[in-house]
Design a protein around this ligand. Structure first.
Ligand code: ZN
Ligand code: FE
Length: 263
């Protein structure tokens, strides 16, 4: 007798751009047929993609309440009646939720345990979804490749703490994000971390991918720790570039976010 966990195959992951620069990310488990969408930027586009694979949406995982992440929730709920799981702290702002999660809560998707990580900053109730079995993180608008989300509802301290929590995940963790912002983030990153060879290499790779119309994601936690200035507030070269050698990490983060906002 084989336990079902022993015959687990990898999840299929498909991402495509919706709207302007939002990513739709779809997970499909060929074994169980369970299928999840991370956020719902465009219900029609996601439904068309699902129907192409003859996939039935069983789960909709919502990171935060912004319209570009929840616009498709009503249509997808109506069409597929999935479980719709979103942040408890934003439950009043998201329609059709069937379940809510807070920091540390777990639930099952396709035989995997999904962990909820509360990451306030971009919005007050933002959550990320982490699947350790697959070394996968869905970061929504908290962490981007070479950047982080704007602070619409949270303080610099909130976002700094949130990013530090994500930085504690294993370096190999693959990270899917809510937007394709990498190229514009890279332009800023190089202004504050100009002598980082890993960043310079990455910028070349990004340009090559974008020229071919390919996504620059997923990234990994380790890759971000080597190249994303918002995760490198302790780095001496960045501190020197900012003239903040003796500042706290939070002060460096706050200055980086301030500069990026007006970049
Ligand atoms: Zn957002
Ligand atoms: Fe967004």
């Amino acid at each position: 007798m084989v336990a079902s966990g022993d015959v687990m195959t990898s999840l299929m992951i498909e991402q495509f751009i919706c709207r302007q620069d939002n990513f739709a990310v779809i997970l499909h488990d060929p074994l169980s047929g369970e299928t999840a969408s991370i956020d719902a930027p465009d219900g029609d586009r996601i439904a068309a993609h699902l129907d192409l694979g003859v996939w039935r949406l069983t789960h909709l995982l919502i990171t935060h309440h912004h319209p570009d992440h929840v616009a498709g929730v009503p249509a997808l709920s109506q069409a597929y009646s999935p479980k719709v799981i979103g942040p408890a702290d934003e439950a009043d702002k998201i329609s059709d939720l069937t379940g809510t999660v807070s920091d540390g809560d777990t639930f099952e998707f396709a035989g995997r345990t999904v962990h909820t990580i509360s990451t306030p900053g971009h919005t007050a109730g933002h959550v990320c979804f982490y699947i350790p079995d697959e070394q996968l993180l869905f970061a929504g608008d908290t962490l981007f490749a070479l950047g982080c989300g704007r602070l619409f509802e949270g303080s610099p301290q909130d976002m700094f703490t949130s990013l530090n929590r994500l930085a504690e995940l294993p370096d190999e963790t693959r990270v899917y994000c809510g937007h394709e912002y990498t190229q514009s983030n890279a332009k800023f990153a190089v202004t504050v971390d100009p002598d980082n060879p890993a960043l310079a290499d990455r910028i070349k790779d990004i340009a090559g991918l974008r020229e071919k119309g390919l996504p620059t994601l997923p990234t990994t936690i380790g890759f971000e720790k080597r190249t994303n200035p918002f995760m490198r507030t302790g780095n001496p070269a960045i501190r020197k570039q900012l003239g903040m050698q003796n500042a706290s990490d939070l002060e460096v983060f706050t200055e980086l976010r301030r500069r990026k906002d007006s970049f």
